[in-house]
Design a protein. Structure first.
Length: 237
């Protein structure tokens, strides 16, 4: 393994401890000898890895005292795969929660009907409006719509936490999706739902999920509070 790769490995391990809460602001990092023994690398490798964290503003050196955590990086989540928000929030060291604001059957019109491949007004959908929370704080507001015919026996009083699981249980496992990420600002309504100020920046995702046969099975709109989680797009050549 090259020395640069070793530096990256040590850096990433330390960043993981910051992200998961094992290291918190104010904590002192172990000294170079201890970290070198722990990662089975040289002190120079440790020094370079910690220097990257210093440059990123995550830790700072105090002369004659040591190196201390100054801030924790926000967890990043790639958009090249569907996200489990429960797992995402738990991985950040927070208690996940979900509140169903509304669930019922509606008629699909306009853009939703187009994305589901039907004529406007010709299809009933299950519409679920929810807020995901981390330690009780709202972090994601979502509106999901599924053709009623795909989930005919759905129990509105006891919805599956994962609508992907609900679809899979009915033989419509999601195999792929298309998503559009757009920066927006919070309207008065979104500000009230997500507990942010009106005009605050939000990350908005419009997504359409497809089953193995290429049929569109769910249309979703989501609004994320960006200072809680970063969404990262991976591009392939």
């Amino acid at each position: 393994m090259s020395r640069m790769t070793l530096v990256e490995r040590v850096r990433d391990e330390l960043l993981h401890e910051l992200t998961t809460g094992k290291l918190k602001p104010g904590d002192k990092l172990p000294n170079e000898d201890t970290l070198a023994d722990r990662f089975d690398v040289s002190r120079a490798t440790v020094r370079d890895a910690v220097r990257v964290l210093v440059e990123g503003g995550y830790v700072s050196r105090v002369h004659g005292s040591g190196t201390y955590v100054t801030r924790v990086p926000r967890p990043e989540h790639a958009l090249d795969a569907s996200l489990s928000y429960t797992k995402m929030i738990a991985a950040a060291g927070a208690e996940p929660g979900v509140t169903v604001l509304d669930a019922g059957f509606r008629t699909a019109h306009g853009d939703v009907a187009d994305r589901l491949g039907v004529e406007s007004g010709s299809l009933d959908v299950l519409r679920v409006e929810r807020v995901r929370t981390a330690d009780g704080r709202p972090v994601v507001y979502s509106v999901d719509q599924i053709p009623h015919a795909l989930v005919p026996d759905v129990d509105l009083e006891h919805l599956e936490p994962s609508l992907h699981t609900l679809l899979a249980s009915q033989g419509h496992t999601v195999r792929q999706a298309t998503a559009r990420l757009v920066p927006v600002v919070a309207s008065a309504r979104l500000a009230g739902i997500l507990g942010v100020r009106r005009g605050a920046p939000l990350q908005h995702i419009d997504q359409t999920d497809f089953d193995a046969g290429g049929r569109s099975v769910m249309v979703s709109a989501e609004w994320h509070v960006p200072e809680v989680f970063e969404l990262r797009i991976n591009r392939r050549a």
